[in-house]
Design a protein around this ligand. Sequence first.
Ligand code: NI
Length: 226
Amino acid sequence: MVLEIPDVLSPAQLAQARALLDSAEWVDGRVTAGHQSSQVKDNLQIPEHHPAARQLGELILGALGANPLFLTGALPKHVFPPLFNRYAGGHSFGTHVDNAIRQIPGTPHRIRTDLSCTLFFSEPDEYDGGELVIEDTYGTKRVKLPAGHLVLYPATSLHHVTPVTRGARTCSFFWIQSMIRDGTQRALLFDLDFAIQSVAGSVPQHPGVVSLTGVYHNLLRQWAEL
Ligand code: NI
């Protein structure tokens, strides 16, 4: 499931983020790449411990924690501290799969990357190219979203970023370990939750709403890892 989540950041948060990103230090993006992906990765990143990365990371995590669509789509257990990249002057990232396990920098903790996330800071008309191309179960999906919007996609998928031939594309990227490891189960829970909200919105007193809510929670109880 590829899920686009609009307006994760408010216009004020976005302006603050863009100012911080423009003042930050940018280094070769291969610093966080694995062996295969380092051969196809060509972009810039902010170093993980840079104060701007930490400050913006906290802003993003706070916004995600208050976003119902993110919470129901990802059912997050752990979220990796957000990283930041920039593509300009022909930069691209060839086809790769994200590392399955990632150590959280400066800690002994590791997370399993069930979902990958890209949050856009640049508007689509600020650059040419720079599409995130995801090979999903049901075909290839090309993603280029307005600033402040985010895409959530299975970390199991092959994906690439097409060359940026004009302007600059600045994004945050990070991973999520979900309470629901299996993508099919996660998608079922998402669809069920969506259907319950829809029925509850039209016929709030319908007894089926309580029954279906029970089914949702009992499936979550069956499948969740804490
Ligand atoms: Ni990737």
